[in-house]
Design a protein around this ligand. Structure first.
Ligand SMILES: [Zn+2]
Length: 352
């Protein structure tokens, strides 16, 4: 469950003053390169805006990541992400690599409720954004085409074009990260709902009277099956549970990776935490199988790197609960790009 970041992981300064007064910006002001914006180019920048940080990648049409890194761009106190800082970070990324002339555009993957046609983030609670015209704002700053996509859908596109979903006509993609997102490919098309987020299984209830969720529902899947859910659960139970974590947290920060390490070392409590989360994911996937009948399921997101520790219980639950002879055809597998599929898919959108 490493938080994969690129060769600039330690670089948390924003280089705010670079790039804006010289180079391409002056060229653009002089009208030099605007005509190049929509011509055929071989590279794209993929930007994946997450709940705690953003990832940027320079990606070619074959899905090869030429360079990438991640950076925290959230204001810690308010948890509000700043679109100007994100744009500036993208601009610096482009300028440092001197690739502007080869860029077809910038693809952005973002959580929340979006209008991807208008390029507007209608509501992203974790980012503090409301009715934010992201595409317009970024295009104005970057002077490049920008395309917005829902983060889970971008992840599905990334796996579809370059990874575990290649050559498949249909699959369900589930992204286990800070929360839980999902997207559905049916008959070679991404399924888009009419009412906003589709296949939003993170906010479907798996326990009727379960934990209250900020969405207004109770017992939502992502309150139990996500990196933050695991951490929250263990934190609440630490005083009474019989676990090696009680000792470990005296010298290390409690997070899902620590629980994973404890489970790997045979800590029964930690194993049980993952197993129970895996079972609830299985309950949710059975509901999806009943609704959509898509047997190929790809599990991505950083939390999916817990692998069989989580997914063994998921597969067992699906086999036990899905009342069909076809249950043996259900294929639940890990994503090829657990932490970079969103970035890849966002960039792939630019090449379409
Ligand atoms: Zn919810």
């Amino acid at each position: 469950m490493d938080q994969r970041s690129g060769n600039s992981v330690g670089r948390r300064l924003f280089h705010r003053l670079m790039g804006w007064e010289t180079g391409w910006w002056n060229d653009l002001k002089e009208g030099g390169r605007m005509s190049d914006m929509f011509s055929k180019k071989s590279l794209a920048v993929g930007v994946d805006i997450g709940g705690t940080h953003i990832k940027l990648g320079l990606i070619n049409e074959q899905g090869e990541v030429i360079d990438h890194y991640s950076v925290n761009l959230l204001r810690d106190e308010t948890k509000i992400a700043d679109i100007a800082l994100i744009s500036q970070e993208v601009a610096n990324f482009i300028e440092k690599r001197n690739v502007r002339n080869q860029l077809a555009g910038v693809g952005v993957a973002c959580p929340g409720i979006l209008d991807t046609t208008l390029g507007v983030v209608k509501f992203a609670v974790n980012l503090g954004w409301n009715e934010l015209p992201l595409v317009e704002m970024m295009q104005e700053r970057l002077k490049l085409p920008v395309r917005l996509e829902c983060d889970a859908t971008a992840g599905a596109i990334g796996e579809w074009r370059y990874g575990a979903g290649m050559d498949q006509s249909g699959f369900l993609y589930v992204c286990l990260g800070t929360g839980v997102g999902a997207s559905l490919v049916v008959d070679h098309h991404i399924y888009h709902g009419d009412l906003g987020p589709a296949i939003n299984i993170g906010h479907t209830s798996v326990i009727p009277d379960g934990k209250p969720c900020k969405c207004g529902n109770r017992g939502c899947l992502e309150k139990y099956v996500s990196a933050s859910a695991i951490t929250d659960r263990v934190r609440m139970e630490l005083d009474t549970a019989n676990t090696i974590l009680s000792k470990w947290v005296q010298s290390r920060a409690l997070d899902s990776l620590l629980v994973y390490e404890a489970a790997q070392q045979g800590d029964l409590y930690s194993k049980e935490v993952f197993q129970e989360a895996g079972e609830l994911l299985g309950v949710s996937l059975v509901n999806c199988l009943q609704l959509f009948g898509v047997g190929n399921i790809i599990i991505g997101g950083g939390f999916s790197q817990s692998g069989d520790l989580l997914l063994e219980a998921t597969r067992k639950t699906v086999r036990a609960r899905f009342p069909s002879d076809d249950v043996m055809k259900v294929n639940i597998k890990q994503a090829s790009f657990p932490t970079t599929a969103g970035m890849l898919g966002a960039a792939a959108n630019i090449f379409q």
